[in-house]
Design a protein around this ligand. Sequence first.
Ligand code: PMP
Ligand code: GLU
Length: 399
Amino acid sequence: MPTNLAKRLDAVVPSATLAMTAKAAELRAAGRKVYAFGVGEPDFQTPEHIRAAAERAMGKSSHYTAVQGTVSLREAICLATERDRGWRPTPDMVTVSVGAKHALFNLAMVLCDPGDEVVIPAPYWVSYPEQVRLFDGVPKIVETSAAQGFRMTPEALDRAIGPRTKAVILCTPSNPSGAAYDQNELLALAEVLKQRDVWVVLDEIYGDLTYDGFQHVSLAKLAPELRERMVVVDGVSKTYAMTGWRIGWAISPPAVAKAMLKVQGQSTTNPAAIAQAAAEAALIGPRDPIAAMARAFAERRRRMVEGLNQIPGIRCDWPRGAFYAFPDVTGLYGIKWGDRRLESADDVTLWQLDVCGIAAVAGEPFGAPGHVRYSYAAAESEIDEALSVLGAAVASAQR
Ligand code: PMP
Ligand code: GLU
């Protein structure tokens, strides 16, 4: 039996967010109470009008659609981009994929030749560097710190771009830190990007989830000159509580859309027709259920961040967006756990899963040791209860 798998996989690690999700599901199946702050996915049911649209589509859709998505969904994406992001693309710029992760994967395939560098500010979403590596690209990580709000400065961006740089990935609001760039910060980054010949990949999947009056502004709106080399990635998973439907998209210059079409035409063909109909209903349908979910996230954020900050050894800044708290947990190092002591964020997550049943993701795979990501897309009662369990465990822990 042959055992030699393709070498390209040797450079890639499995998704840490999905690994923690699987571990939590295993414990739950074994009857253990688990507080699910691991995976970044809303706990809400997809709003009723969206599910109804899918049911209607099920009565009609049984065939392939256009590989890049139906015309009506791509038109809806253009309208929604104008409404939510302040600029209007055209349908020939849109490629609908099986989630935004798939759009980013296709994009890595389309942009990366071996040895091409992709600038990625840390902390980053776990999949960016791995997707780049899968296509023999080289992630060029730019460190940022909690003290600077985990936002990359224009100087750091400028320094990171070299002769081999093919693209820069910007995620705002960010997974995992919740950091988000304001208008002036984006304009300053745009000044650097305008001088350099690189693709700009803008992940705006959390663009509708911001707090305390902070408004997400799209770099595509602010710097129209960059659009000819910009790819905006977005999707319905987060804003519309539709992670399982698997619809995301890229908005790019038509030449890139054509390349993505080539890739999808030889791999997935179109995303599921029924999910496309549901996504269209999400984008053009009533806004009230969407606003209600965003309000719920704001309240959960307050409870999560305040609660974490009450635990000695944990220090959490207020995230501007997304649904993650990303505290510094180095103050918990030294806690005794069996015959060892906690000495990394990874240890902290394993310890709190074991001792408290809390699933969260360590900062290391996000490029931010010393931190843990708690997704607060969970019920308020779960957040309160979990934090009191964690607080009690820390208080009674031996050092
Ligand atoms: N980008 C970011 C920053 C994310 O956190 C996620 C995680 N869901 C995705 C893209 C991909 O989302 P999906 O594939 O569910 O559309
Ligand atoms: N993006 C989410 C997360 O970071 C979902 C899991 C994944 O796609 O990696 O948890």
